[in-house]
Design a protein around this ligand. Structure first.
Ligand code: FAD
Length: 469
């Protein structure tokens, strides 16, 4: 059996890894687009404090957190994963009561979160913090280096026989995969800047699509992973099953998804505190404001913006200003830190049944309109996603939806992991939780691809195929 995996982010890389472990022949196609979410993700794995109102999200992300220890053991080496714990902080300790109650309720079903305890001086654990903050410590929380884990998964997949192809893929209705690179396929349109578009078009990626011939696509991917090949011109890549894991761009790969998948930009800042050993610092999740987490090498990550500006993968002055200004309020000890890197990623967002009045064209146009932006720093922290969804979503309904591959309600933002047509599997929409749930979602999608029963009931993750009522 042969599976074509489109997208080499955390989801596609994990799917490829699990497929090759099962002896399946795998081709991974990646376009190396700017704004890949896995490259920018902070790396917080702490699902138990979130998703109070969504069983689908909670089951998937909880399964994702539980999946990590066995995965990193299988991979060996250093995949950037460490259980450093999470500190929930607030100005008033009373603000932590609801989340403490939620964790107590969930503990029996998820003992891997560890024994949660109050901390009177969080600053003792994360020395850059405002010393007046109160805290609650969740010892089972972990952080992961998304880039390193993705590279480890792809490297292991290649060692297991997978082929990597750098190019831009599209899937036709009958499941045929066309990959273009580096010269255009016959009949392929060029955009206004002379870049080539794949048949069917990759929605507004705003970056060389991998077909411009200006250099090899997927540079970052290629640096970390041996064995990639670059397709010449265009070609058909055949497989028994196609697995679409192209993140925010998935709607341009599989036309059936269309505008139901969109991008949500996140800007994030990496700083260094020279002489400090930040590798074991816990994750900091404030009730308001940005999250913080430490990595080895005196590095602290502060993030992130949540912006609905379409496929615009730029770091902006306003975005950085928001992250840094609000970061200083939570962690004034970072004032003298060195800014070493800024990252930006496009979180893949799937809206069941499509977004009302917020189609792909609308979000792209909105990218130039400052009024269309809805920035909210710290959007990956607990609770923030729900607030964001509540403001911009068309609302959740329970109408009789026509669906493919599972049950679902209209208007919900949630993952899709489903067989959407014969021979075509889609796994995307992990939004702000893909570094938590992505490796597990890749495993689930791999199971679907080969007809193995997945370890999670995938009924809530189907794709709605009709319009909202
Ligand atoms: C700032 C920020 C902070 C975040 N923090 C966290 C966090 O702390 N915890 C957490 O759990 N999650 C976090 N996330 C979310 C997480 O990073 C994403 O949900 C996850 O990385 C999505 O992975 P993916 O594989 O679906 O998509 P991506 O990583 O975007 O990968 C998609 C891949 O598909 C390729 N592709 C696209 N189109 C084509 C095509 N036509 N042909 C071939 N290849 C194609 C792209 O080149 C890309 O490599 C964060 C995200 C951001 C942006």
């Amino acid at each position: 059996m042969r599976v074509v995996v489109i997208g080499g982010g955390i989801v596609g890389a994990a799917a490829a890894f699990h497929l090759t472990r099962r002896g399946v022949s795998v081709v991974v196609v990646d376009a190396g687009l700017s704004g890949r979410a896995t490259d920018a993700g902070a790396g917080i794995v702490c699902p138990w404090v979130d998703h109070a109102d969504s069983s689908a999200w909670y089951q998937l992300s909880c399964g994702g957190a539980r999946h990590y220890p066995s995965l990193v053991e299988l991979l060996g080496g250093d995949s950037g994963y460490a259980r450093v714990g999470a500190l929930l902080v607030a100005e008033d300790p009373v603000e932590l009561d609801p989340v403490e109650a939620l964790l107590a309720e969930r503990y029996a079903g998820a003992p891997e979160m560890g024994e949660v305890r109050r901390v009177t001086r969080p600053v003792d654990l994360f020395p850059a913090l405002d010393p007046s903050l109160a805290g609650l410590f969740v010892p089972g929380a972990a952080r992961v280096n998304g880039r390193r884990l993705r590279d480890a998964l792809l490297t292991a997949a290649v060692a297991g026989g997978a082929e990597l192809v750098y190019g831009t893929a599209t899937v036709s209705a009958d499941g045929t995969v066309i990959v273009t690179s580096p010269t255009p396929a016959p009949g392929v349109a060029r955009d206004a800047e002379g870049r080539d578009g794949a048949p069917g078009g990759i929605p507004g990626n705003g970056a060389p699509s991998g077909t411009s011939g200006e250099g090899l696509p997927g540079g970052a991917l290629r640096e970390g992973v041996p064995g990639g090949t670059l397709g010449e011109g265009w070609r058909e890549v055949s497989g028994d099953v196609v697995l679409v894991a192209a993140g925010a761009w998935s709607g341009g790969v599989w036309p059936g998804l269309g505008a139901a998948v969109t991008a949500r930009r996140g800007q994030i800042v990496h700083v260094e505190l020279p002489g400090r050993d930040t590798g074991s610092w816990p994750i900091v999740l404030p009730q308001r404001g940005p999250y913080l987490l430490g990595f080895p090498g005196s590095r602290v990550v502060v993030g992130a913006t949540v912006e609905d500006v379409g496929f615009d993968a730029r770091v902006t002055v306003g975005g950085l200003e928001e992250v840094l200004a609000s970061g200083m309020l939570v962690a004034p000890g970072l004032r003298d830190a060195t800014v070493v890197e800024t990252r930006v990623g496009l979180r893949p967002v799937y809206t069941a049944g499509g977004r009302v009045g917020v189609g792909l064209a609308a979000t792209q146009v909105g990218g130039d309109d400052p009024m269309a932006r809805q920035e909210q720093v710290g959007g990956d922290r607990p609770g923030a996603r729900q607030e964001q969804v509540g403001r911009e979503g068309p609302g959740v309904g329970d109408g009789e939806a026509e669906f493919t591959g599972g049950r679902a309600a209209y208007g919900e933002e949630r993952p899709v992991i489903a067989e959407v047509a014969p021979k075509v599997i889609v796994a995307t929409g992990l939004s702000a939780y893909g570094l938590t749930a992505g490796p597990y979602a890749g495993l689930l999608a791999a199971c679907l691809a080969i007809g193995e029963t997945p370890p999670l009931d995938l009924a809530p993750y189907g794709m709605i195929t009709s319009s909202p009522p």
